[in-house]
Design a protein around this ligand. Sequence first.
Ligand code: CP
Ligand code: NVA
Length: 307
Amino acid sequence: MTRHFLRDDDLSPAEQREVLDLAARLKQDRFAERPLEGPRTAAVIFDKTSTRTRFSFATGIADLGGSALIVNPGEAQLGVKETISDTAKVISRMVDLIVWRTFEHAGLEEMAEHSRVPVINALSDDFHPCQILADLQTIREQKGELAGLTATYVGDAANNMGHSYLLGFVTAGMHIRVAGPAGYHPRADIIAEAEAIAARTGGSVTVLTDPAAAVAGADAVITDTWVSMGQESEKAERIETFGAYRVTPELMAQAKPDAIFLHCLPAYREYEVAPEVIDGAQSVVWDEAENRLHAQKALMTWLLAQA
Ligand code: CP
Ligand code: NVA
C-alpha cells in the first residue's frame, strides 16, 4: 500500500526511529541510498515561498539518484484551473513522489487519496512534519536517546510547528511542553491525539501560558515566527500578542545549563528570538537546517521502500 507523510503521526514510533537511524547513516554516507536512480522524477510543488525546503528537497532528490521537478507558486493548473484530485491522478502516473507545500491541510489529504505515489507534506497551515524529523535528528545528535527528554516550544502554539512538535515529539517518547498566549494554544483534537500517543510511548504533553514555567529545566528550547505565511495581515496584532514570549538569554537561563536552542527558520531577531540566543553557543539552528537534507532523504527512501 502507498504510504504518505502528511502528519507527524503518520509514522509509528518504530517507523520514526527507522527513518531517524537512516538519516544518521545518510549524513555519514551521502550517496548510500539511490532509490530514485534512473533518474526517476519527484515533483516538488510550492504554493508558498521557501528556502530550506526547496534546497533540501532538490539536493536530496539528486543525491538519491533522481530529478526534482520544482513547481513555483502559480505555475501549475493545480487548485486554479484543475481540481486537486485530477492533478493527483495525472501527475502520479508520471512522477515517483509528490512533495507539496500548501495552505489548507485538507488539500494534501485529497492529493494523497488520489495519488498512486507517496505524498509528502512540505508544510501546510496545520503541520510541518519534515521539519520535526530534522529537529529530532538534531536533538539526538546533541543529547543521545530522545525518549525521556523535555522540549519546550514557546510562542504561537496554534501554528503548524506547534501542532507538529506535539505529535512528532511524543512519538519519540519525549515530554513536550508548549507555552503560548490564550487563544494560541494547539487544537484540542491534536492535543488529544498527542496525549494518546504519549500514553503508549512514555512521553507527555503540557500546555501552558507562562513561558518561564514551561522552559524550567528543559533540555531543548524552541520557537518559531509569530507571523506564519498567510498571516501577514495580522502582523501588528501578533507582535503585540506574543511580545512576552520572546526567547531571551534570561528565558534560556531557566532551562538546563546545557539546554540547546532550535528554530526552524526563517527567524526574526527583532521579535521571537534575541540575537544573543540564536547566534549564541546554545544554538544548533545551522545543524537543524542541514538535517532537513538528511532527514528528508531518509523519509523519501523509507516511503519508496513501502510501496
Ligand atoms: N524551515 C523551513 O521550512 O524553511 P523554508 O520556509 O525556507 O523552507
Ligand atoms: N510557521 C512558519 C514556519 C516556516 C517554516 C510558517 O508557516 O510560515
